[in-house]
Design a protein around this ligand. Sequence first.
Ligand code: CS2
Length: 475
Amino acid sequence: MTPVDRLGLAALDRLPAHARPAADPRELPTRALHLGLGAFHRAHQAVYTEHAGGWGIAAIAPRSRDVVAALRAQDCLYSVVERSPERPSARVVGSITEALHATDDADRVRALLTAPETSVITLTVTEKAHHRRADGRGLDLAAPEIAADLTSPAPSTVVGRLAAGLALRHRTTGAPVNVVSCDNIADNGAVLAGLVRDYAEAANRPGTAAFLAWLDTAVAFPSTVVDRIVPATTEDDRATAARALGLRDEATVAGEPYRQWVLQDAFTADRPAWERDGALLVPDVRPYQVTKLRLLNGSHSALAHLGAAAGCTTIREVLHTAWGERFVRAFCAEVAPTLPEGGPDPAGYADDLVTRFRNPAVRHLLRQIGSDSSLKVPERWLDPLRALDRAPLLELALAGWVASTRPGDDDLPVHGTTDPLSDELAACWHDRPAHPELVARLLRLVGAPDLAERTDLTTAVAQRLPALRAGRVEF
Ligand code: CS2
């Protein structure tokens, strides 16, 4: 039975000892801002920050009001269900001190953005909120949302809000700050810094030159690698939390036991001692970042599309097919020669991936991973494809993605994924082009005209499509 009482400060004393938060939010000064109040932040950076001690987070939802309301109703307390293969456990996290909505609470957000005490701004906003050009060369100034922001006094995109907020900080307190990108993008810190600069240059408000100079010296944009599998929260997770806490928690999130955070050790202002909770601070994150993006996220995306073609629903289910585990190992071996020196050993990494993906307690929907693939595919697969002469498994993965973009009867992608480019993806199919041409069109759409020209590649990918259409994954 679901307990009637809800998690909140008044109920803290009733929590079993092992489920209590490591920090009491009432005792924490708000010193960090987070943009993107999704499950991933709550299961990852908020946990590291809680264990670092002494830092409260004001977490901002750019759009969703539901998550803000759910957290506020619980005094910002929520639990993380740890989905271990043995038995799930849950613990309350106490590092979030405020839950804010970017528009409704704009005044408070502005005050926090300019306060010298706020010296860290972390972000988990997903690939699409970056509004990068498909070719990766900077901010997409033609994107309607960016174009609208550039002439608006109150920008609504993440990049617009961040650039405007930093410009205000520059004009007011001018205090240094660390902007810590936590999205699955190669060179995420430098990419975000570049987008903010592009935005400021295009907006060209008075004082832009001084602002850009300040960005160079006072604002750090370290690159980071974040890792934890955090599927969308289910009713089952809420029931697990309720059992473990003895209280109802409408804001619970669930993740695998494993978590990792690697950060470039390049800051201009105070930061939480995340290393106290196992984060790695290194001079160069690139070997870790590229390995994680190409092996974990790369094979994840491949399994999402190939698994859907084979009629599976979750990653775990794919790992139980005759080909799932073999695919992960072969994919990692194929991509390994493209990885920089100094990262984790690819074979050992593949072993760990198999264990993580097989975790019987994690139900990670292929649909969730397969969504937004027009932005994920370029990050995860295209550079290795460029680097390798022949790459049969990457070709198969690409065929899986191509197959998944086919519009169904309702004109939506056949496997129920969503994508900011869904109309453009569907349009590639409409005049029923020959398959190699279809593959080439899709590659052009995701910013890879060079690969679209490679007829060996487009033909090899096209040849895979009939078997996939019949639900067979062969390699
Ligand atoms: C996944 C990632 O949804 C996806 O695209 O590949 O969210 C993945 O679970 C995380 O990056 C793991 O750290």
